[in-house]
Ligand binder design. Structure first.
Ligand code: B12
Ligand code: SF4
Length: 591
């Protein structure tokens, strides 16, 4: 897919973004938002899949590392492994052939772990003797487990990677001791040495992120790829116990830093001019920031977009206790803010307190009301259960969702999340101490002979915490509910897109009658999708009935299924499975 031209030249560093691989089918089924699929997949899916394109995200972390290295005259290239799903050995050979001084692998979350280790083993099996470093939030938090058990891995960059990686390349080239590099963990005489981290104090000192991936899209799709990610700040001063940000704060002495409005507007203007970008996904953990200065920055940002006449829209992630008032929201709306991800997390005050969210239900409700009445597309971040959620807490969350009508959001099924307990977080430590979760079983060191299964088991042990919800009633309810939600998600995100894409591909070759039939199928499905919020509400009411003992245990699952079937019969004219069969046999009848 990618032009291999660069493999003919010497490259100092190759930066690899591994494939996302689900480690545990059962538990990971609740992972949302599959990130990058290869460009060919996007192209094939067009134009039925504009939705995905809207949320396409390149890996900004490695993109910045590339441009930062280049600022210091070190060459680097980025390899997205999902472009080479079926040709991994081939690309590994090509990487080895240019013998980079450093190969860096980015591990943002645990879905990257398995492929990252496979790549490391592949590289070593094939004789790469240079330095392999991992980086990214997940690698940072698991650095001891990784370095202790993967002898083929040389180091882990802790936290922000720019300075560490640049010095790593420099020190290896100049044969200087690694112990002088800040923010690096590595083995030394059998023990792990960690040096104090460093950060770029002024984010404006960083160059703009490299946009090779947009170049590739542009070459393939012309101006159809109009979405990109951008960051305006780094860090978060929140203390939420389930989140990695506070633990990563250890690696970033200044908890929240932002770019200047000038730097931001310059980069955005450039992206608009060069690639025709129309939609910016602002990936900050906390876009609104803290205090008066942050507020003024937002005002200037909004004014700047208007003054520069940038015809764009954008999305941001916001804490519910941010200084969200009508004045600032209207300014941002006029500048193009259309989508807001709001960190709600729970509808139960006792749960919010337990997770140290620092927010009050009344405050969250008024923010939701403001955002809804101002007409933003609003994406509520919500976690329905943790291992110790009680019946009362769950009921409070259901009532909250229904009262605030957040089930009417664009992707209501994304409300059904269970707590993922990430090692390195405060909640992980607390639950281990309280015996709510178990210590991981003994870990087997990864060798060059380790099988895929061994590596998978290793990744699960170091990054995953399977748990059973303590309250039997909540546990049974959640298991049944999650099963149905996953089934619906699968219908929407996997089964229907492939049917729609096939229908779309064959559309132009059909006669008028068949064309009408195709349009009708799409219409029915759209009607079904439109009603999903109401179905979500019905499922929640059904769960409430079960928790309040109105619906008996044995009837619960069938009651949920009845809700789904009744709703589908209404919208599609048949049940989901029937609709899929009808669509497939219709597809077979097309030429
Ligand atoms: C955008 C984003 C996503 C995007 C994907 C982005 C992408 N392009 O790949 C989407 C929406 C898909 C996503 C999903 C998820 N995400 Co997310 N995501 C983020 C977010 C908000 C921004 C990442 C980013 O680009 N940051 C900006 C860049 C500059 O920073 P960076 O990536 O960290 O890179 C720097 C360093 O880490 C380091 N570095 C990174 N790679 C490398 C490699 C080398 C070799 C070196 C030396 C250094 C290095 O240097 C970079 C420059 O300083 C972060 C939080 C955050 N603000 O960082 C969470 C975050 C990475 N996500 C997280 C999680 C948990 C998830 C989910 C699992 C959530 C869920 N329950 O479903 C899902 C899983 C994915 C899935 N498919 O379902 C956690 C990971 C925690 C952990 N312990 O693993 C984070 C840290 C949020 C948090 N605070 O907890 N996410
Ligand atoms: S506010 Fe968001 S990013 Fe900050 S600690 Fe809490 S969950 Fe993490």
């Amino acid at each position: 897919m990618k032009d291999y031209g660069w493999f003919n030249n010497k490259v100092d560093t190759v930066l690899i973004v591994p494939n996302e691989i689900v480690l545990n089918e059962n538990s990971d089924a609740m992972f949302r938002e599959k990130n990058i699929e290869n460009i060919e997949t996007h192209i094939k899916a067009l134009p039925t899949n504009f939705f995905k394109i809207r949320f396409f995200r390149e890996n900004i972390g490695v993109s910045i590392l590339k441009s930062y290295l280049s600022k210091f005259s070190y060459s680097s290239e980025i390899v997205y492994m999902d472009e080479y799903i079926n040709t991994q050995p081939d690309i590994i050979n090509k990487i080895i052939s240019v013998n980079p001084t450093v190969i860096g692998i980015s591990i943002m979350y645990n879905l990257h772990l398995l492929n990252a280790i496979q790549i490391t083993i592949d590289l070593r099996r094939k004789g790469y003797t240079g330095h392999i470093v991992y980086g990214g939030p997940c690698a940072t938090l698991l650095c001891a487990e990784l370095l202790n058990n993967i002898p083929w891995l040389d180091s882990v960059a802790l936290g922000e990677g720019e300075i560490t990686l640049r010095l790593l390349v420099e020190y290896i080239k100049e044969k200087k001791p690694l112990s002088d590099i800040p923010g690096l963990a590595f083995r030394f005489n059998g023990v792990i040495k960690k040096s104090a981290p460093t950060i770029v104090e002024n984010l404006d000192d960083l160059p703009f992120a490299n946009r090779d991936y947009l170049e590739l899209f542009k070459a393939k799709l012309g101006n159809m790829m109009t979405v990109c990610s951008i960051y305006t700040s780094r860090g978060c001063a929140g203390k939420c116990t389930f989140c990695s940000a506070p633990s990563l704060g250890e690696y970033s002495p200044t908890l929240w830093r932002c770019r200047s409005v000038n730097s931001l507007l310059n980069e955005m203007s450039l992206l608009v001019e060069q690639y025709g970008i129309k939609y910016f996904d602002i990936i900050d953990e906390n876009f609104f920031g803290y205090g008066t200065d942050a507020y003024i920055r937002l005002e200037n940002f909004a004014n700047g977009i208007i003054e520069k006449k940038l015809k764009i829209s954008f999305r941001g992630e916001i804490r519910a206790d941010a200084k969200l008032n009508h004045d600032i929201l209207i300014k941002l709306k006029n500048a193009g803010l259309t989508d807001i991800l709001l960190g709600i997390e729970s509808g139960s005050q006792s749960v919010l307190n337990r997770w140290q969210k620092g927010t009050k239900i009344s405050m969250i409700k008024s923010v939701i009301n403001l955002v809804q009445t101002m007409g933003f597309n609003f994406d509520p971040a919500f976690i329905m259960v943790d291992p110790i959620t009680t019946v009362d807490e769950f009921l409070e969350s259901i009532d909250f969702i229904i009262d605030t009508q957040i089930y009417k959001c664009e992707k209501p099924l994304y409300l059904f999340n269970e707590m993922i307990i990430f090692p390195g977080t405060k909640i992980h430590e607390q639950f281990l101490k309280d015996g709510v979760i178990n210590e991981p079983e003994a870990i087997q060191v990864i060798s060059l002979k380790s099988s895929q299964q061994d590596i998978n088991a290793f990744c699960q042990k170091i990054s995953f915490c399977d748990y059973t919800i303590k309250d039997k009633h909540v546990c049974l309810m959640w298991t049944a509910l999650k099963g149905k939600v996953n089934y619906l998600t699968n219908f929407i995100e996997i089964r229907m897109p492939s049917i729609l894409s096939e229908l779309n591909k064959r559309f132009s070759d059909q006669d008028l009658l068949k064309k009408e039939l195709i349009i009708n199928k799409i219409r029915l499905y759209n009607k079904w999708l439109k009603g999903l919020s109401e179905l979500t509400k019905e499922l929640l009411l059904c769960a409430k009935g079960y928790l309040k003992d109105d619906i008996k245990e044995k009837q619960f699952e069938s009651s949920l299924q009845e809700c789904i079937d009744k709703f589908s019969n209404n919208a599609l004219g048949e049940k989901i499975e029937g609709f899929i069969t009808t669509c497939n046999s219709f597809l077979n009848s097309l030429n």
